[in-house]
Design a protein around this ligand. Sequence first.
Ligand code: THU
Length: 158
Amino acid sequence: MKDIHIDIRIRSASYGELDETERILVDEAKSAAARSYSPYSKFAVGAAVLLANGTTVTGSNQENAAYPSGLCAERTALFYANSRYPDQPVDMLAIAARNESGFVATPVTPCGACRQVILETEQRFKRPVRILLYGESEILLIEGIKDLLPLSFGAEFL
Ligand code: THU
């Protein structure tokens, strides 16, 4: 028997430590949270996707009385980006979430289904998607989905 060690790297930064492109994308994700439709959870999530051509696409979580019919902000944004600009690789994805008292202090991380969709996006465009997770106390920077979804199942197994 042997242990397998997987190296995962996540950087923590303050808003002021981000570069201008990163700050703008985080601001877009925060604004997108205001457009969330989340009457059931009252948990509003915004996502902003930066495409290789410089276009930004945003999305927010969209809930439904039949709960599983709703969709997370990340997938709303990525699916829209890929529908509208199918040839444009995704460079960066910023996520921001708020409850009724304001933006969360500790960054929210994407759910498992969204991680799988981010993986598919990376494989589709053959480049990593940088992920910025906004929290009031810190922002987490992740260089690609491998650091959020180790041992992933992807197209290479088919
Ligand atoms: N949600 C997102 O949109 N993204 C996440 O990363 C976590 C959860 C949404 C789904 C649901 O509308 C609400 O937040 C509560 O789970």
